[in-house]
Design a protein around this ligand. Structure first.
Ligand code: ADP
Length: 170
């Protein structure tokens, strides 16, 4: 059994991410969930908020899961941590091309680090944080796809964003 890092933006954490964390925690001796600080898509939640939401979900549930954040190249962070495996999720064929390019780019940068792909349960295979943000913004109840406390934070944040923008949300 080896350790692995599960990197992502987690903006915010969904049940799909948690499904992957559950599977990863059983595959690896230690799973480090690493929130990317430098995402090019301006995140809705700060890195600290994304880490806190993940921590709340994993606390008391997975003994071998750590939640943290990183900036810069994931392979550099993995080397710093002495970890040789990255975990990523593959939902549908649409994920494949991007993940394929990223895995091979990371392999070129760090041949000693492998990317492992895991598929979530079918019921989460269409869930994306972006769609959750959009549907919650439009008033949908998505509590079957995200933790209740995350939905509450999302509603509060999007409500604030709406007020701040005088009714027009982006
Ligand atoms: P990124 O911006 O790095 O793609 P995400 O937070 O969107 O960050 O996703 C992080 C990882 O989790 C990616 O490998 C993605 O494929 C995976 N992932 C996202 N949503 C799901 C889901 N519903 N089921 C399984 N894996 C998922």
């Amino acid at each position: 059994m080896t350790d692995a890092i599960y990197p992502g933006s987690f903006d915010p954490v969904t049940n799909g991410h948690l499904d992957l964390i559950d599977r990863g925690s059983r595959l690896f001796s230690r799973l480090i969930v690493a929130v990317a600080r430098n995402v090019d898509k301006a995140p809705l939640f700060s890195a600290e908020e994304r880490v806190a939401m993940l921590q709340e979900q994993v606390a008391g549930r997975f003994a071998n899961v750590e939640v943290t954040s990183f900036a810069g190249l994931i392979v550099e962070y993995a080397r710093q941590r002495g970890v040789h495996c990255l975990l990523r999720g593959l939902r549908t064929i649409a994920d494949f091309e991007y993940e394929f390019q990223m895995a091979l780019t990371n392999r070129r940068l760090a041949p000693d680090i492998e990317t492992v792909f895991v598929m979530p349960s079918l019921r989460y295979s269409y869930v994306s944080a972006r769609l959750i943000r959009e549907t919650v913004l439009l008033g949908a109840d998505m509590s079957h796809l995200i933790p209740a406390s995350v939905q509450a934070k999302l509603r509060a944040r999007l409500g604030t964003a709406r007020e701040g923008k005088g009714g027009g949300a982006s």
